[in-house]
Ligand binder design. Structure first.
Ligand SMILES: [Zn+2]
Length: 159
């Protein structure tokens, strides 16, 4: 699959939406999605569905999540929450919307308060938690180590 999302961590929902449309991806808002689904993706029609009732920050994270599915050419999203593809998508989504430098800085400033950090990063708390999971699992990679030390020095880190 040779697809690349031209989306960066600083982009607003509107900018991400425009970038996706530029790739020929159709984005549809639905008045109500099944169960607790916030969004869905259909590879056959290259369509992303978003629940209209989402808060702006949820819309931004959900759109990014569905774009990661598009990038991988996943058939669909959301049928079984904890599949391997879903897990990979959640981690990748978090890594696209949060940069390590920014995260480490905010960990220090807000002393690990995930609500404050998520708000500052314009991401949902659950996306921030996915990012922390990734950091924890990769704590010994060289880049993470460098920042981990900085984060640990803040004293209240939960990563
Ligand atoms: Zn998904």
């Amino acid at each position: 699959m040779n697809r690349i999302i031209p989306v960066t961590s600083t982009m607003t929902y509107g900018q991400m939406h425009a970038a996706a449309q530029g790739l020929g991806i159709i984005i549809r808002s639905l008045p109500r999605m099944e169960g607790s689904l916030m969004g869905a993706y259909d590879e056959e029609t290259k369509t992303i569905f978003l629940d209209q009732r989402l808060l702006p920050v949820q819309k931004r994270c959900t759109l990014m999540h569905e774009l990661v599915h598009w990038e991988h050419g996943d058939e669909t999203c959301g049928t079984i929450y904890d599949t391997k593809a879903e897990r990979r998508t959640r981690i990748e989504t978090a890594r696209r919307l949060i940069t390590l430098t920014e995260y480490a800085t905010l960990e220090n400033i807000y002393e690990g308060d995930k609500y404050a950090i998520a708000e500052e990063l314009n991401v949902t708390v659950s996306l921030l938690e996915d990012y922390r999971t990734w950091l924890q699992e990769n704590a010994y990679s060289s880049v993470a180590m460098r920042y981990r030390r900085q984060i640990l020095l803040a004293g209240k880190s939960r990563i």
